[in-house]
Ligand binder design. Structure first.
Ligand code: ZN
Length: 84
């Protein structure tokens, strides 16, 4: 389940990219990433209306990008979690 309440979405000036910003629930740091606007919107719609898995909704996004959309867990925390 995507917690969209804590996901800030900003449209960049050229309108083809979005900046997604959220606070990592593990380390509390603020992280941003830039994604393709069309791919993000299409994926979100597919996720919500067709109940797809995030891997199916955003096939072109990296696992890090999908993780950030889903839970907000940042790359650093994700990498340190993977050790356990
Ligand atoms: Zn973190």
């Amino acid at each position: 389940m995507i917690d969209t309440r804590t996901l800030e979405v900003t449209v960049l000036p050229d309108k083809t990219k979005l900046r997604l910003t959220r606070i990592c629930p593990l380390c509390g740091k603020r992280h941003s990433m830039i994604v393709d606007a069309a791919a993000y919107s299409a994926g979100l719609k597919a996720y919500e209306t067709q109940h797809l898995l995030v891997q199916q909704a955003w096939p072109t996004f990296s696992p890090d990008e999908r993780e950030m959309i889903m839970s907000g867990t940042c790359n650093d925390c994700w990498n340190s979690l993977s050790f356990f």
